[in-house]
Design a protein around this ligand. Sequence first.
Ligand code: SF4
Length: 235
Amino acid sequence: MAARESIAEIKQRAGRVARALAKLYPNARISLDFETPWQCLAATILSAQSTAAGVTRVTPELFKEYPDARAMAAADPRRVEELIVRTGFFRQKTRSLMGAARKIVEDYGGEVPSEMDALVKIPGVGRKTANVILGHIFGKPGFVVDTHVRRLTYRLGFTRDTDPEKIEIDMQKILPAEDWTPFSMRLILHGRQICIARKPQCEICAIAGDCPRVGVGKAARRPRRAKSGSASTRR
Ligand code: SF4
């Protein structure tokens, strides 16, 4: 949290940031295409270390061939690898998809569970994926922490932690539950468009008046690394 700011002041500031972001990004939701809980889970697994655009290029064909957990549990892994190869880390993701599908079929009758405790027991599903599913499918509050949310909550002085679960807990303390999912989705959009990792656009940022910009000067002074060419863009 920002120095010398009371919890009440942090809550008020978080509320102002939430309202400003809601005006900027009124329809914030995860940038993945899915129609069912299983498809939401599968698309979110595929989005690890990949762009949303990359995932939406492969999911139509994947969901056509394997529309639900039962179909994926019985899939030919080589065919799944072929279908998702463009998302990167395709072997690991195939193992996660098929492992998740088997668990859901064996333990939950083929239906994606709607509780955090059960979701995080599914192979390939961490709290980030579980919170996406809770918030987007089951209408339950879930604060999603990805790379953008981690960066922005720190710069905004809402947390001093970098551990996703601790960030989630810090944010749950300062925001009402109904804001958890939309606020985190809006932070993701703001992180992509304005509060960029290496070059935050503070001069045109609509929430600059409520942002202490924690660590921003230090980040700006860091030498630029050469691009690795990896798929870890996670836009
Ligand atoms: S003022 Fe700068 S650091 Fe703060 S949210 Fe905006 S772009 Fe990010």
